[in-house]
Ligand binder design. Structure first.
Ligand code: ZN
Length: 266
């Protein structure tokens, strides 16, 4: 076993909107058990007994993300496309809080437009797109990064995919791990990380539902790598989610200062 792995298994929840692969014949044929089943299998294939993976679906009560599930999730993966608006704001709020507390969040493909991703990043997360079955070449810009572990070249290709192009309206990533080139001419920041509170976020672009993306060797490896990398650090330092007034101060302050309390009332 990798000595860097924590002794307790990483608790992963694979969240899926699960609409296209129920109602669209082509997607259903490609993913008869749903895309979430293939994501789960990819994570298990690479991480084995170091993970426990459950799935959660939009159609389930509380979208499968009950307080109990969220409290027992180290890393959450998120795939949504046509039903972002159906995700309850109260659940988004809870996921947001869990990320700030340290839960890892992997946002996949069209999850760029999910409520939780936009909430955490604070921008529109809009982009250009085209579905023409073109080739994508993903260049790795951080070959030493744990999320790129196992890649055997400086790039890998997906033969047929949907294009996402810049400008991608996101805050500058903390780390830019992959950039995509597309046959039709565009480029795109395809693998990005951000830190929010104690949590880490990884956005990974591949995953269009009408192509067999989640059967792709490198995509599966990167998904598993990201789970491992986003696992909370078990750092005991407190996370601050509110803004308390610190009075009295930690040490005496010599200045005599009158406070107008009315300016601090909300
Ligand atoms: Zn798509």
């Amino acid at each position: 076993m990798d000595p860097a792995m924590p002794s307790a298994p990483i608790r992963v929840t694979v969240w899926h909107e699960h609409v296209h692969d129920r109602v669209n014949a082509a997607v259903k044929k490609l993913y008869p058990k749903g895309m979430h089943a293939e994501m789960k299998s990819a994570i298990q294939e690479h991480l084995g007994s170091a993970v426990t993976v459950r799935t959660a679906l939009l159609e389930e009560p509380e979208h499968g993300l009950t307080d109990e599930v969220l409290a027992n999730t180290d890393v959450l993966t998120w795939w949504g496309h046509c039903a972002h608006d159906q995700v309850d704001d109260a659940i988004v709020e809870k996921v947001h809080r869990r990320v700030l507390e340290g839960m890892g969040l992997i946002v996949l493909h069209s999850g760029h437009y999910s409520k939780i991703f936009k909430r955490l990043l604070g921008t529109t997360c809009s982009l250009r797109w085209r579905e023409a079955g073109e080739k994508e070449r993903l260049w790795c810009l951080m070959t030493g990064h744990p999320i790129a572990d196992g890649l055997d070249d400086e790039y890998f290709e997906i033969e047929h995919t949907e294009m996402y192009g810049e400008f991608f309206d996101i805050p500058t990533p903390d780390e830019l791990i992959f950039v995509s080139w597309f046959e039709g001419g565009e480029v795109f920041r395809s693998g990005c990380t951000w830190n929010r509170g104690k949590g880490k976020i990884f956005y990974f672009r591949p995953g269009h539902e009408t192509f067999p993306i989640y059967y792709h060797k490198q995509v599966r490896r990167i998904l598993a790598n990201a789970v491992k990398h986003l696992t909370p650090s078990r750092c005991s330092a407190p996370v601050r989610l509110e803004a308390p007034c610190i009075d009295p101060p930690l040490s005496p302050i010599a200045t005599v200062h009158e406070v107008d309390q009315s300016l601090h009332e909300h």
